[in-house]
Design a protein around this ligand. Structure first.
Ligand code: ADP
Length: 311
């Protein structure tokens, strides 16, 4: 079980009763110890995916395994591996943080004595110990969010899942939560979060998947993805017929799509004239050019252009 992926999802589909196909065959794998972001615009299917993994939503078809445990066949065993932090604050505001944590653990079958010790540990970790016996409604917004994480950590889940944990919260609270999540991850917990803030994913996560319209459109290490974003592509129409041997230009990928069209990808910072002059030297005259549409970049423009993005 040790080397099993924390999450292995294959061909997952979800069609809601109203006919909306929220997931159209999603396959995804998250390794143990990872800090993983599921990034996508509103309506992409993030909450549905998290809902299926945390057993709040029934899938239409497909398979989910949590540390090798099949979610459909061994639901409660799989669920024991997961701590869920939902999007909305959902504890009783008239309960005290200490009781919220202890009762939550009791619901998952932990004996009271252990739960009391664990509550102290988690509330201290969340820097809420001095508020442990205050009415929860008196906590600040940031403290309430940290309490949600402390509660989810009570059962020492191997996998912590957060659905848009920082949606609509100010930057200071967000940074505080990032710290808490980083610490949980450093202590060995696999963390998966959904977000539509590129900045958040970039700051926290090692790997990510981008979901759009119910499909995973990109998946891999954050570094690889960011490197892709620094590249832009053009299609060049050239005069006459291309020579058999194309020139090589440092840091530029060049290939012919037909006898008179070149497909190039260059670092964004590189001047196009540099490429044109190199092509000229090789006897290639550019007649016209078009921007190559980059689906990923388009999506990111949409994401980062989101008006709800904090400063
Ligand atoms: P995200 O979390 O990325 O914003 P969601 O998973 O909430 O996306 O939604 C994906 C799609 O499924 C959207 O078109 C949404 O309107 C639809 N949807 C979500 N929940 C339900 C539901 N309970 N019933 C019907 N349609 C839903």
């Amino acid at each position: 079980m040790q080397n099993q992926p924390a999450i292995e999802i294959s061909a997952l589909r979800k069609t809601y009763e109203n006919g909306v196909e929220a997931l159209k065959g999603v396959s995804l794998s998250v390794q143990p110890g990872d800090f993983f972001a599921l990034l996508g615009p509103n309506g992409a299917g993030k909450s549905t995916l998290i809902g299926v993994v945390s057993s709040l939503v029934n899938s239409s078809s497909g398979e989910v395994n949590v540390f090798g445990i099949n979610l459909q066949k061994q639901r409660s065993e799989a669920m024991r591996q997961i701590g869920l932090v939902p999007q909305e604050i959902n504890f009783n505001m008239f309960e005290k943080p200490f009781d919220i944590c202890v009762n939550y653990a009791g619901f998952y079958g932990m004996d009271r004595k252990t739960a009391i010790l664990r509550a102290e540990e988690e509330l201290k970790r969340a820097q809420l110990w001095d508020k442990a016996h205050m009415m929860s409604r008196t906590l600040s917004g940031g403290m309430k969010r940290r309490l949600m994480i402390a509660r989810a950590m009570m059962t020492q889940p191997r996998l912590l899942i957060l659905d848009e944990p920082t949606a609509g919260v100010d930057i200071e609270i967000r940074r505080g939560m990032w710290k808490t999540l980083r610490e949980a991850n450093q202590a060995g917990t696999t963390v998966i979060l959904t977000t539509h803030y590129l900045e958040e994913a970039e700051n926290l996560c090692r790997n990510l998947a981008i979901i759009d319209k119910g499909k995973i459109i990109e998946q891999g290490p954050m570094k690889t993805l960011l490197a892709k974003l620094d590249v832009e592509g053009f299609l060049l129409d050239i005069e006459g017929v291309l020579p058999a041997n194309l020139p090589q230009i440092d840091k530029v990928s060049i290939h012919a799509t037909d006898d008179h069209t070149l497909d190039i990808e260059k670092p964004r910072a590189m001047d196009l004239n540099h490429i044109f002059s190199q092509l000229n030297q090789a006897g290639i005259q550019v007649r016209s050019m078009r921007n190559k549409v980059n689906r990923l970049e388009e999506l990111f423009v949409k994401l980062t252009g989101d008006t709800s993005k904090a400063a």
